[in-house]
Design a protein around this ligand. Structure first.
Ligand SMILES: Nc1nc2c(ncn2[C@@H]2O[C@H](COP(=O)(O)OP(=O)(O)OP(=O)(O)O)[C@@H](O)[C@H]2O)c(=O)[nH]1
Length: 786
């Protein structure tokens, strides 16, 4: 690279600031292209600003190029993990280019990956302690002015090493080989005005970081003593060492704001160095994130251990010594009568959907974009999120942060909790459930899937990303199977990040082909699948159908268009069904409200309708509470009623909120929901490592409820297509892909959970069995307490 750079640069006489040139030219952008554009620009402008102008142009161009290239090129060169490479990788948790050692093992757990990440970090730190490459230190000691080309020719030496060499070589004094300089070195010849413009350049910042790191090497003493240049660089890195900064205030300001005599500007310059560097901010945030993530994954690991443990009561579940509540037997009347026909005629169809897909498939970004483009999120918030995400070096996540609202999700860059949000179009009302993509948080994804009508499967179309999300352990397959098992009837495949493959139709078709085969194999019907190419980041195909010019091959609706179309056909509720079905409500969240024992219950209306003034009973605690008001997400005003499919918050009076848990079911007074510890289920097993035997432990998922359980008895193997047909009785074990009737029991004997049979409610009777982080079977409850 260097000889070419030198040749090109020599055409622009007067560019004497070699360090800056190198900082720019050693970065990752396309060199030829940069030079071509630069020449064109300079030709047009006839270099009116002289040297500085050219350099400034070059710097601006470089900055632009480098920003673009930063997405795809790692700074790391050579075999060892370079400092900037490691930083890049640590920062790049949401990973475009990620370190293969850390991320390529799709089968490993997050904790393992984090451990390996720490290891990489350790390697990186220990690399810093290693002595400088002998060739380079000899080179530095020689301080030869003519060292430039040879210094640059070491393919594996880091940029900082090369620049250190160059700067050293540029000292005016010419000591003998290997001997330290005796005289005070001259002020380095870095052209300060250019630096003042350059300091914000990402490349230049990387350069500064690299310099700092080099100084931690064993050879630093010699360098510190010998050249002011290194002292300056050291100050750049040790921004938090107060005394050093105070001593070197003049030095700092003379380096970075040399063109001014203003004390205020100089003070500001010094002040800047007292703040933590962007790297420190990011690394600190990530350290905290990793710590928190480990806590969280530990919780899930604990759950897996609990699968094996028998009859371990869950501490603090609030149900060990269950309080006895008064269960109402008489219904109460609504506050005001409701004309259901008029109410329904005023309502738009409503549809809820969950966004699924492999980790980093762009789910949160897609939903953030949708909410922004539809007008549900204002510019002010987006600007604020952009600023905040830039501070921690994650600017590409600002749209995802619309959905990922907790600090831990933002610092770690992964969705953990499910998050609901609502929006409306002219045609319909929608509720979005954003589910986590990471395999460690599949239980939360299951809760999300169990609530909705439709699933949007986000598939990352960028090179190799689809393949990694689709392999054996990828969440693309697992999420789709979960959606199918939990009764989702329509799947929209959002072929996301098409901008990264320049809207290439071939990529779309290849992925579609692969997915189609898979969907067919799990019994999803083609007529229930929609395919939409889009980009969550830039917005094409999300709300509107305005695509870039190269996308000429897709003429279908946008994502929102398709959602509206499904809402039109299945989002309206039948009045007779609403009137005849008893009110059932899945509780997602509970919180106290005020001091009078009032509580807020958020969740989804599973059946029937409800109004303020009516009384409901919550299972399994069997406490009855009066509904004071009903709210939905988008309005502070209470609404007249809630009907099947609505996501609402019920404000209830005099509730013991400690006895209400996620996954509990509320029903209108007069309708009893069964609670049980033993029940019979019909299951379809997935691919199993070991057959299911009596006593096999697992975690039972029913809606938002998760409970340790085990197989009590294998009743029969039945026909997959016709479950009423018994194929085998006296079953000793159940293998992969078999349909069977089994008796199951909860292992926490003190905890009953609300369960409904297939006959009572198709949706609420659905169960999933998971063991050691894998879904082993799905099915429905047939009867309780055999
Ligand atoms: N080029 C491009 N990048 C995208 C697009 N959508 C998302 N990204 C980037 O992909 C990364 C991951 O995006 P997220 O939206 O957090 O992904 P996610 O699927 O919600 O991640 P989890 O919830 O943790 O599974 C971010 O850096 C986004 O900026 C897109 O359409 N095009």
């Amino acid at each position: 690279m260097f000889p070419r750079a030198k040749k090109e640069l020599s055409e622009y006489q007067g560019w004497t600031n070699l360090s800056v040139k190198l900082a720019i030219f050693d970065s990752e952008f396309d060199f030829d292209q940069a030079m071509k554009e630069l020449r064109r620009t300079l030709k047009k402008k006839k270099q009116p600003e002289g040297d500085n102008g050219s350099l400034s142009l070059l710097e601006r161009l470089a900055r632009h190029r480098a920003l673009e290239a930063e997405k795809v090129v790692s700074l790391s060169r050579g075999s060892s993990l370079s400092t900037s490479g490691a930083l890049q990788k640590l920062q790049d948790r949401k990973g475009r280019k990620v370190d293969a050692r850390v991320y390529s093992s799709t089968g490993s757990s997050l904790a393992q990956r984090l451990a390996s990440l720490q290891q990489v970090k350790g390697t990186f730190e220990s690399n810093l302690e290693k002595p400088m490459p002998s060739g380079l230190s000899a080179f530095l000691n020689r301080n030869q002015q003519s060292a430039l080309p040879s210094g640059r020719s070491t393919a594996t030496s880091s940029l900082s090493a090369r620049l250190s060499a160059l700067n050293t070589a540029r000292q005016n004094s010419k000591p003998e080989d290997g001997k330290p300089l005796k005289s005070k070195p001259k002020q380095p010849e870095i052209r300060i005005p250019e630096l003042a413009q350059t300091e914000k350049s990402p490349n230049f910042q990387k350069l500064c970081r690299l310099h700092n790191i080099n100084l931690k090497r064993p050879s630093k003493t010699k360098l510190d003593n010998n050249t002011k240049r290194y002292k300056i660089t050291k100050v750049i890195g040790l921004h938090s060492t107060k005394s050093l900064l105070e001593n070197d205030e003049s030095l700092l300001s003379s380096v970075f704001y040399p063109a001014t005599n203003s004390k205020a500007v100089q003070k500001a310059a010094v002040g800047n160095f007292k703040k933590p560097s962007p790297d420190d901010v990011v690394l600190e945030a990530q350290k905290q994130a990793f710590d928190q993530l480990e806590d969280l994954t530990d919780n899930y690991k604990q759950m897996a251990i609990d699968e094996e443990a028998e009859e371990q009561p869950v501490e603090g579940s609030g149900h060990e010594a269950a309080r006895v509540h008064k269960k109402a037997t008489e219904p109460t009347k609504p506050k005001s009568p409701l004309d259901l026909t008029a109410y329904l005629s005023k309502r738009k169809p409503h549809l809820s959907f969950v966004v699924l897909g492999h980790v980093d498939a762009g789910k949160s970004t897609l939903m953030g974009r949708l909410l922004y483009d539809i007008g549900a999120v204002d510019n002010k918030l987006i600007r604020k999120l952009k600023r905040e995400s830039e501070v921690v070096g994650k600017s590409s996540f600002h749209l995802a942060w619309v959905m990922d609202q907790t600090q831990e999700e933002r610092s770690r860059g992964v969705t953990v909790d499910i998050c609901t949000s609502s929006f409306e179009t002219k045609e319909a009302d929608f509720t979005i459930v954003d589910a986590p993509g990471h395999r460690d948080f599949v239980p939360n994804a299951i809760t999300g899937i169990s609530l909705v009508d439709v699933a949007v499967l986000s598939v990352d179309c960028s090179t190799d990303a689809f393949e990694s999300g689709f392999n054996l352990d990828g969440q693309t397959k697992e999420h789709t199977i979960l959606a199918r098992s939990l009764g989702i009837h329509h799947l929209i495949v959002a072929l996301n990040k098409m901008d990264t493959v320049d809207w290439y139709e071939g990529r779309f078709r290849d992925i579609q082909f692969e997915l189609r085969n898979f969907f067919e194999s799990i019994g999803l019907k083609e007529e229930n699948i929609s395919w939409i190419p889009l980009s969550g980041l830039s917005g094409e195909g999300v709300v509107g159908t305005k695509y870039p010019l190269q996308q000429t091959w897709y003429k279908g609706p946008s994502l929102v268009g398709e959602l509206e179309c499904i809402a039109r056909t299945s989002g309206s509720k039948d009045q007779a069904t609403l009137e005849s079905n008893p009110f059932l409500f899945s509780i997602l969240d509970v919180s106290p409200s005020g001091k009078n024992g009032d509580a807020l219950l958020s969740g989804k209306v599973e059946a029937g309708k409800i109004q303020a003034g009516e009384t409901i009973t919550i299972y399994p605690s069997e406490q009855s509470v009066l509904i004071e008001n009903i709210y939905n997400d988008s309005s502070q005003n209470p609404q007249a009623a809630a009907i099947e499919g609505d996501f609402v918050t019920l404000k209830v009076k005099s509730a013991q909120h400690e006895d209400i848990k996620t996954g509990d079911i509320a029903a209108i007074v007069g309708y009893d929901v069964g609670t049980a510890q033993e029940f019979t289920a019909r299951l379809l097993t997935f691919k199993l490592d070991r057959p299911l035997l009596p006593g096999t432990p697992f975690i039972l998922f029913r809606g938002g409820t998760q409970q340790p359980a085990r197989i009590k008895r294998l009743v029969s193997i039945v026909d997959k297509a016709d479950p009423a047909k018994v194929i085998k009785k006296k079953v000793k074990h159940i293998g992969s892909n078999q349909a069977a009737v089994v008796e199951l029991e909860l292992t926490e004997k003190k905890r009953r959970i609300p369960l409904m049979t297939l006959e009572e409610n198709k949706h609420l009777s659905k169960v999933l069995l998971r063991k050691e982080g894998r879904t082993i079977a799905a099915g429905a409850i047939m009867s309780l307490d055999f």
